[in-house]
Design a protein around this ligand. Sequence first.
Ligand SMILES: [Zn+2]
Length: 333
Amino acid sequence: MVSYKELGLVNTREMFAKAIKGGYAIPAFNFNNMEQLQAIIKASAETKSPVILQVSKGARNYANQTLLRYMAQGAVEYAKELGWEHPQICLHLDHGDSFELCKSCVDFGFSSVMIDASSLPYEENIALTKKVVDYAHQYDVTVEAELGVLAGVEDEVSSAVSHYTKPEEVVDFATRTGCDSLAISIGTSHGAYKFTPEQCTRDPKTGKLVPPPLAFDVLDAIMEQLPGFPIVLHGSSSVPQEYVDMINMYGGKLPDAVGIPEEQLRKAAASAVCKINIDSDSRLAFTAAVRKVFAEKPGEFDPRKYCGPARDLMEELYKHKIINVLGSNGKAE
Ligand SMILES: [Zn+2]
């Protein structure tokens, strides 16, 4: 048993309370490798933003769970070395799909876990979520639950269609499970293809796809039911066109990739939405930078020469999100 407190990590409770009060959101960035983690920590340390490091089941399988945990521990020390006196870093399991997986993360130094039982029938979702909450809270680990279904594909999580969260269910769900935060479905979606071209309109000037707006009426109704309760948005990458263009220009093929416009995320961040998950955007930045180096310098074979630029571009992206979209800069001095 390793307590996250010994690792210098924090859970989400205080982070979220402050974020809701202050009208901003905490970035939740997924990481799978060293470069991504370096970029996240540098961006957070330089902007003094609290940050949630997310590990998915896929990341645990890819990078090894033990190594990931030590990397998160190293991240705290790295942040201090960068001059961030009191780093507020949370290590969070993204889309836990079983009690056993969540328990293993709690036992292994995570400060927060998500149990995603949203694909189960309502009562089963409640039962499984409550079981995880009862276990995690013994160790002061916070729990994110999900109600409603997001469309899209992310690691092992996938669904063809989305079902918006039903506002009439949220009070019963939050009360009976005791969860600390709730991921909802209001039209965000996993992956770099959040909407089909048929779901979008086209900007007559640029010919680019314009996605349908998020269901802010559903968010408002949820906030009315659960005033001040921490709300989470998954699948909230914006799929920056500059990265998609770079990838396509340098030999990639991502036709009609489309994400959530940043002005909609800014609006959400100002509400009770206090955690916004961003994964695809950093994948795009990484890939765009690597493709550029490969295209321009075909003789290059030192991974540092293409992973380095990828890391720089991700850092730039994370800083942009923190400062211009989520507003979490300067909230963790
Ligand atoms: Zn997700």
